[in-house]
Design a binder for this molecule. Structure first.
Ligand code: ADP
Length: 366
């Protein structure tokens, strides 16, 4: 008993079918076949059952090998399609292969049929396995994206809900401080430390909210305006540190306005926060490359050891001791930049300042 093989034969000659079947049996197969020579019959056969291979003649009175191939491709089935025909020119055979036929065999050389079928059955199995794995991967990625979105939503709602009770605690602590300050030295210290703790918790929650912000509304925004808004928010920090912040004229990009303000805010804030002995100097630059704008924020601060250059963009990675903050500013920057299809990185050496770079897609050309 030979190996079962379901063969769809597109052929007008019964005699040629007999020759094909003989060859298949000689090759160790037990073919279950159907012969047809019209597009309607082929469509019906494809719809009716599963096939292992299609063997097709090239020229028939009511159908052709090339039309049969097109019909198979339109059906979406991935099946070996082998043309077995009388002599046709080499260029026609090449055309057929280019169009997607898997092999072309002349009727006078049927010895090539079995090796061709075996090779194509193997190949189709590999293709199907690859397709199955790709579909699985896509499913996993979709599930991951869904659970990520759910997690972000949870973080967003949880941090928003935490804000309100925290406000209440903070307001009450301040009332207590105002009313009882000076009554007891220890109590003054406890209250001051509680107020400080609450302020840090508020900053953490705001960072979490910023990190989990879900909506991104992209529109053309002038980055010079954005930078000025970030600098206005940092006015006290800039004044107290004596920082000098300079910038070249910045371009217009398509981005979420609020998120960009936050991006510049965090990077300039860090450039000032991690200052060295010298008065802080921060320079913002933007250069147009092929398909993107490359922004840079360069400071003369304490710098960062190259071993930390990647890690500082992760949540809660701090390099320089116990600075205020939750180790989230750069994680937020990375998320904002990546949401806009860009990249962010740093170039820095300890003691030699840092330059943070990020890219953004260009805005409308003016
Ligand atoms: P943090 O809340 O600690 O500021 P960030 O995410 O802003 O968290 O930064 C992570 C770490 O990267 C900082 O703790 C600091 O060590 C380093 N860092 C960030 N920006 C700079 C900078 N401009 N110069 C030197 N170090 C920096």
């Amino acid at each position: 008993m030979g190996k079962p093989l379901r063969v769809l034969i597109v052929e007008d000659s019964e005699d040629d079918v007999m020759l094909l079947l003989r060859e298949l049996r000689r090759g160790g197969y037990d073919p279950a076949y159907e012969r047809m020579d019209t597009p309607e019959a082929m469509s019906a056969a494809l719809a009716r059952q599963t096939w292992d291979v299609i063997i097709s003649d090239y020229v028939m009175p009511r159908f052709s090998g090339m039309d049969a191939l097109k019909l198979l491709q339109k059906s979406g089935f991935d099946l070996p399609f082998i043309i077995v025909s009388g002599k046709i020119g080499e260029d026609i055979a090449v055309e057929a292969m280019k169009a997607g036929a898997h092999d072309y065999i002349t009727k006078g050389n049927l010895a090539r049929l079995i090796p061709a079928i075996e090779r194509e059955l193997c190949d189709v199995q590999v293709r199907r396995e690859r397709g199955r794995k790709e579909a699985e991967l896509k499913q996993t990625l979709n599930a991951l994206a869904r659970s990520n979105a759910e997690l972000e939503r949870f973080v967003h709602l949880a941090s928003r809900d935490l804000q309100q009770p925290l406000h209440v605690v903070s307001d009450n602590l301040q009332l207590i401080e105002r009313r009882f300050k000076g009554c007891d030295k220890d109590a003054d210290e406890f209250i001051a430390s509680a107020i400080d703790g609450i302020a840090r918790m508020q900053k953490r929650i705001n960072d979490l909210l910023a990190y989990s912000r879900m909506a991104t509304r992209k529109e053309p925004v002038d980055c010079s305006v954005i930078l000025n808004r970030a600098l206005a928010n940092l006015e006290v920090v800039i004044r107290k540190s004596g920082a000098v912040v300079t910038s070249v004229p910045l371009p217009t990009v398509v981005a979420d306005e609020l998120q960009l303000v936050q991006l510049f805010h965090n990077l300039v804030d860090n450039a000032i926060k991690f200052r060295g002995d010298k008065p802080p100097r921060v320079h913002i630059n933007a250069e147009q490359k092929e398909n993107e704008w490359v922004f840079s924020i360069c400071d003369n601060g304490i710098g960062i050891d190259p071993q930390y250059h990647d890690r500082i963009f992760l949540i809660s990675e701090r390099v320089h001791g116990k600075e205020p903050g939750a180790g989230m500013s750069l994680a937020i920057c990375k998320k904002i930049v990546e949401r806009h299809g860009g990249r962010i990185w740093v170039e820095s050496q300890p003691g030699k300042g840092s330059t943070f770079y990020f890219t953004l897609p260009p805005g409308e050309q003016s």
